[in-house]
Design a protein around this ligand. Structure first.
Ligand code: SF4
Length: 468
């Protein structure tokens, strides 16, 4: 029996407990201080496996997994950092800290791409808590017991879920409303169970959410997806945890029901797939009959190297996983710290894609999960003397928009869709003028200095409900 065949007790670390970790004492004082100050705004969560096996402490602070895990001073503006540092370390005024923290968080676009205003579906005139329905065929479900995560990645658009911004939180205690909604919506084929990380839950709780989806009345649901970081940050969940065998039986039960179970694994860096337990986790998932897809955003300081992506996808394919998405870092949280220009993202994607086998070229990217849908940068080309980004929507609020090429003026500094301006003298992108659709996205976007700016609008809530 190898050492990673033995059950290990999960030990999480957060701001409150990190000083108990032996590695904490290895950190220089200024890094510890930055973690203590910035984590008031952007909390972190990690565990002993990440600390012991994934972080190279001799390379801190530049080790990519360290940067991925712990908050840094540069994530806040110098003025905010200085003010918060003074409140936390000198004045120790909790009420003033709370006020400053809330102000800074609200300045970080906590729910990008209309999550709170545009994607919440309605049933009997009431919003359905814990659901989002943005794309016709896919419903996102947020079980309340899965609204924490193995990491609290500060670049993640889920971060408000972790920070106790109650008015910005959505989750569901039970699956009753989900099931009722799905019965009314036969066009839905996919349910994505997400969080947080649903695999934080024990198998019994998870089964309570999944098994109702196997009922004959929901035969139109063909794919059940589970978004999870556990594959990378706690692979023991699939191998040695005391209910890991039960988890495999649950996976097998879903597959035996005739549905596809897709585990959507968050892998940010090849180091996450180098350990033997991480590799065994992949093999176990795949041997249950489930599929495992790999996805992650491209983030500055963490995974800017095409060779790293190539290693990740190549290793994944060898073990039986499927490369799926390279995302562009979203316009939320400390995006100034993590984001890369779209032009650079395209270069990295292309270099990595070129160097891998055709079996790994299932991956799509670099893709922005933006207001109209998933916009992929297909290339940078010159057409009739104008240098442009060639773009298309891989997924869209309006299915008619999917795979329709469109072009934006090349801008070497652009990092997101809202930085882009249509090419060839066009006044707007085609999806901004879709008057036939019931939700009239055209009414929800304006142009500011030529740039595309989606607006928040309650009209959109009803619009999505009408469309769905
Ligand atoms: S859901 Fe994924 S990206 Fe978001 S915090 Fe969890 S691990 Fe990080």
């Amino acid at each position: 029996m190898t050492s990673d065949s033995l059950p290990v007790k999960f030990k999480p670390y957060t701001r409150q407990t990190i000083s108990q970790a032996p590695q904490w004492q290895l950190l220089p004082e200024e890094l510890r201080e930055a973690v203590q100050v910035v984590s008031r705004v952007l909390p972190f969560r990690t565990n002993q496996y990440v600390m012991e096996e994934l972080i190279d402490w001799s390379a801190v602070p530049d080790d990519p997994i360290y940067r991925l895990t712990f908050p840094h001073e540069d994530m806040l503006s110098p003025a905010d950092y200085s003010k918060l540092r003074d409140l936390v370390l000198v004045k120790k005024d909790e009420a003033a800290i709370d006020e400053a923290v809330r102000r800074i968080r609200l300045s970080m676009n906590p729910h990008p791409a209309g999550q709170m205003t545009h994607n919440v579906p309605f049933m009997d005139g009431q919003p359905v808590s814990g659901l989002q329905h943005k794309y016709k065929e896919t419903v996102l479900f947020f079980p309340s017991a899965g609204q924490t995560c193995h990491a609290y990645c500060t670049f993640c658009f889920r971060w408000p879920q972790f920070v106790g911004m109650d008015d910005l939180k959505f989750d569901a205690k039970e699956s009753n409303e989900l099931v009722a909604y799905l019965k009314l919506h036969k066009e839905v084929t996919d349910v994505l169970i997400t969080g947080g990380d649903p695999l934080i839950m024990n198998t019994r709780s998870l089964a309570g959410y999944i098994e109702p989806l196997l009922s004959p009345e929901l035969s139109h649901i063909q794919n059940i997806r589970i978004g999870t970081k556990s594959v990378a940050y706690w692979p023991q969940r699939f191998v040695t945890d005391k209910d890991s065998d039960d988890l495999m039986r649950l996976f097998e039960k879903v597959v035996a029901s005739g549905k596809n179970l897709a585990i959507m694994g968050h892998y940010n860096h090849p180091a996450e797939l180098r350990t033997s337990i991480a590799q065994r986790a992949v093999k176990r998932i795949v041997s249950s009959g489930a599929t495992l897809r790999m996805q992650a955003p491209l983030i500055r300081h963490i995974n800017e190297d095409p060779k790293g992506w190539a290693e990740l996808w190549t290793t994944g394919v060898r073990l039986g996983a499927i490369p799926y998405y390279m995302f562009v870092e979203r316009d939320t949280g400390p995006s100034h710290y993590f984001q890369l220009p779209l032009a650079r993202a395209y270069e990295i994607f292309q270099a990595a894609y070129q160097s891998v086998s055709g079996l790994a070229r299932t991956v799509r990217g670099p893709s922005m999960s933006a207001f109209p849908g998933k916009v992929v940068v297909d290339g940078i080309v010159t057409i009739h003397g104008e240098k442009v980004f060639a773009l298309q929507l891989l997924q869209a609020r309006n299915p008619d928009w999917v795979r329709r090429p469109f072009y934006a003026r090349f801008d070497p500094a652009a990092t997101w869709l809202h930085d882009l301006v249509p090419a060839f003298g066009e006044k707007k992108f085609f999806f901004e003028d879709d008057a036939e659709r019931p939700h009239k996205v055209v009414q929800l976007a304006t142009r500011n200095s030529g740039r595309y700016v989606p607006q928040s609008s309650n009209e959109a809530i009803h619009g999505i409900a009408t469309e769905a």
